[in-house]
Ligand binder design. Structure first.
Ligand code: PEP
Length: 256
């Protein structure tokens, strides 16, 4: 089954306000014209509103890097799915390993966020991945499977099919180390088989599974050529327009 690839840039806590707006405008102008790929950018939270205004009318999607599951309330420092939707977001990254590692994000919380996002018409980009120690002790599939299962536990089959899963081995994020295409494909296939057991084969075949972890123009084609790799979640290489545009255009002659 052919799935439409999705390339997403996670800007994390980088870029000044001026630089973030300039980069968003450049992504709109240079990456919004490719008809066979979905493009999403995830600026830092305070930049969502001005960037949403600049993306109006463009096919480029806008993601928050995190959210709360509640609609509103006494949760200092958080954004609700309702607010993110109103701001113009289309997607929200949940369960990123940096949030799991530094901010105590749990599998249960990630599942609640996925549920809340679908309640408000937002697409979760659900991140999962093992640490180096977990990979070396043979726990990769067990860890990733329990993260995926908890993340999608509250979703209907159609909601699951709309959800984007990002497999991001923690040891490959921001380190320059990349999982080999075969290593990534092995885990992606395991995730798809798990989704087939949790829902059904037809639903599992619809889910787009991104790879993340030091994706760059020099390795994107090989990764994306794998049968179950349907896109990339990109940190470092999404921070400059030239490298991000090359990732988006990886199937075409650049600047055609
Ligand atoms: C990420 O943080 O989601 C990521 C994949 O980062 P990088 O591309 O820099 O490894």
């Amino acid at each position: 089954m052919s799935r439409r690839p999705v390339i997403a840039g996670n800007w994390k806590m980088n870029l000044s306000a001026d630089d973030a707006i300039a980069l968003a405008a450049a992504v709109r102008d240079r990456c919004g014209r490719f008809r066979d790929v979905d493009v999403v950018i995830a600026p830092q939270g305070m930049m969502l509103w001005p960037i949403a205004r600049r993306l109006e009318g463009s096919p480029v999607g806008l993601a928050a890097q995190n959210c709360h599951w509640a609609d509103k309330g006494a949760y200092t420092g958080e954004f609700s799915p309702v607010q993110l939707k109103e701001t113009g977001c289309t997607h929200v990254i949940i369960g990123h390993s940096e949030r799991r590692q530094y901010f105590g994000e749990t599998d249960e919380g990630v599942g609640k966020k996925a549920r809340a996002l679908h309640d408000h018409g937002l697409i979760p980009i659900l991140c999962v991945g093992e640490s180096l120690q977990q990979r070396e002790s043979g726990q990769t599939i067990a860890v990733v499977s329990s993260q995926v299962a908890a993340g999608v536990a509250e979703l209907s089959d159609d909601e699951l099919a709309e959800t984007i899963i990002a497999y991001e081995p923690v040891w490959a994020i921001g380190t320059g180390l990349t999982a080999s295409p075969e290593q990534a494909q092995d885990v992606h296939l395991e995730i798809r088989n798990l989704l087939s057991r949790l829902a059904n084969e037809a639903t599992a075949q619809r889910v787009r599974i991104q790879y993340g972890g030091s994706v760059k123009p020099s390795n994107v084609r090989e990764l994306m050529s794998q049968a179950d790799i349907d896109g990339a979640l990109v940190g470092g290489a999404s921070l400059t327009i030239d490298s991000f545009a090359q990732l988006v255009a990886h199937r075409e002659d650049f600047d055609k």
